[in-house]
Write a protein that binds this ligand. Sequence first.
Ligand SMILES: *[C@@H]1O[C@H](CO)[C@@H](O)[C@H](O)[C@H]1NC(C)=O
Ligand SMILES: *[C@@H]1O[C@H](CO)[C@@H](O)[C@H](O)[C@H]1NC(C)=O
Ligand SMILES: *[C@@H]1O[C@H](CO)[C@@H](O)[C@H](O)[C@H]1NC(C)=O
Ligand SMILES: *[C@@H]1O[C@H](CO)[C@@H](O)[C@H](O)[C@H]1NC(C)=O
Ligand SMILES: [Zn+2]
Length: 661
Amino acid sequence: MTSVFIVTYKEAPAIDMPLPPPLRLWVVVVVVVLVVTVVVKPSGALQRCIFDEVQAQVRVVRAAPNHTDNLTNEPGLRLSAGEEHPLTAGQRTSNQGGRTGVSVKQRHLSTRREMTSSPAASPQPIRIHTWIPRESDNITDAERSRLTSAVEEAVKKVSSLLSVNSILGPLLLSRDVNKYCKFVWSNSRNANYNRCGRANMNYRNETCLDVIIPDDHLTGCDIYPEPDSPGRTVLRAEGAGIPDTDFLLYLHIRSTDKCRAQPHVLAYAVHCQTDTHGRPVAGLVVICRHKLREAAYNHQTTVQTVIHELFHALGFSKDLFHTWRDCSSTTQGGAGCSPLGKLVHSDGSGQMRIYSQSVISALQEHLASADPELGGPLENLHVAAGRVSSHWESRVLRGSIMTAVLEDSTTVRIDPVTLAALQDTGWYTVNLSQAQSLVWGQGDGATFGSLSNCKDNSSSFFCTGSELGCHFLHLHKGECQTDPYLEGCRVFKPLKNASECWKGENTRQSTVEERSGEIWGFESRCFFSNLTRQRQLPVLSSPLEGRCYRHRCTAPNRYRIQVSGSDWMDCPAGGTIQIKGFQGLVSCPQRRLCLYPDITPPPGDVNPASHTSNPYEMFASVPVLAFAAAAAAVCLLAVSYRKCRSCRDRIHTVPEDHSHP
Ligand SMILES: *[C@@H]1O[C@H](CO)[C@@H](O)[C@H](O)[C@H]1NC(C)=O
Ligand SMILES: *[C@@H]1O[C@H](CO)[C@@H](O)[C@H](O)[C@H]1NC(C)=O
Ligand SMILES: *[C@@H]1O[C@H](CO)[C@@H](O)[C@H](O)[C@H]1NC(C)=O
Ligand SMILES: *[C@@H]1O[C@H](CO)[C@@H](O)[C@H](O)[C@H]1NC(C)=O
Ligand SMILES: [Zn+2]
């Protein structure tokens, strides 16, 4: 039988912001619960996140300063980046004064674990510990292996992006005093002021959404039946905590009502507890089991979904925006961070934006504009006027991992604006150099993506009809479409079927493709074209549409292309070219190709013998390449055709074929 040692900080080391008096009364357990849900549409792997809708159904409790004159037996998470070393047992005893209950407590001094984070050490990659509750449905080995590999990859990615001041000692979650306690001694003259006087006999456990948090992960709690007597009973013993952990991720595999109610829900997430600075320290991701069973299961989509949810749970949440802190002027350790207060408000046009410094800078840089009104635009669909959602506005930041709708996994980016937002929480040091190019809207100015901008034909990122074309990354053929998030704007979305130019197995041998000279494969990209082989006469003038041709970079924004049976031709960005043997033309996209080394087909779909993965490797050897290409064009064609046939065969023997959307 153990009990909780109670600490009384007479004057807590006030390195962090001094707290206003009401906050110093006693620690309230923080139970902030946020729910993220990702919905996957069956076609085209379109995902929609209904985070805010689900969250609205969940009770949210908020508070938790660590600097208290009197800590009750509910110490909460005494986690403080700026806090000095945990008090030693001796110090505690003297601070406790007469209240320190004798030998029993002394015994527990040695086992009591103070949760503090390292004050002086530099931030370290966030350690995310994954814990699967026993009540997770029994899953098959195949499902488990899909799950673990996706979650591991997501966690690894997030840890490489975000650093925190590591928690020293094991992570211990808090108990909700409002749940276990009927009343708290409220007279400050009482020795047991702010301690729990009566247990709630109905108290069972702490939960993170529908997961029961094991007692071993939780602090203990005691009851003080008399206002002035040190006598107490232990209601729950202190747990051992989770070692080497900065964020505890409960991972639940379920067929929940939420999974069933929304047929395309892949996963959803909540965060359940924060530290005293508001940084979330525990959360839950629920993976809907049916998704793990599907033949069309997509590993990369699952990884991105988990990252999206982790980002919500770690701070990209409308309920946490107001708790973000400015730590820019502080030294290491987070000392002296100041609250940013209300960050979200409407710009002149009614667009809700989040105004925090790194976000503004990142967006200004992205759109090449110095406009100070360029806060991070927030999604307004399904949100009452004046309210916001926990996603970026997808007209402006399409392709970002934090938009409400995620398209094909090859088009989803962990973009600079999202990383800037995580930096602006004040809880993380973010490795911004790992940001992926967003491309969407790059350099298009402050009005990019506004409702008028998308319809006035001034931006090459939007389209107007329902024509066929190219997705803006030019990896996929696309169709001009809209959706509710676009509010009437239209964009080229990847075709539902075989849209990838870079997939050799999309090669079709119909006469249509033959006539247009298309080539599929790792080096192929989508071009607007209306090429038609000359021998087909008479040729009617046809509109440009998305076609797949091979390309090779020769310099930034400079490239050559090859059409079936043609030589390699310079394709001047922003211009058009004609190809010998064809009528019509190919349009050469401006600032979309050979500018972003990280816009490439996924490496898993590569036939390593047939390409160079880094397009820039070719810059140095242009003449050789051009020569080789021209000389061997016909031969290459034959070779790549054979290769594609064999690679198709191979792909079909791989058990997890991700090629079917
Ligand atoms: C950021 O990430 C890059 C790429 O992974 C790595 O080389 C670099 O060392 C990281 N920087 C910091 C400060 O961790
Ligand atoms: C934009 O282009 C489309 C198609 O070419 C045309 O129908 C429409 O009137 C144009 N809109 C504006 C505002 O110029
Ligand atoms: C997708 O392609 C397959 C095989 O070519 C075809 O059977 C199917 O009908 C296509 N689906 C759509 C929606 O075009
Ligand atoms: C191809 O498109 C261009 C520009 O729209 C047009 O002028 C030309 O007539 C078209 N040619 C063919 C063969 O369709
Ligand atoms: Zn979301």
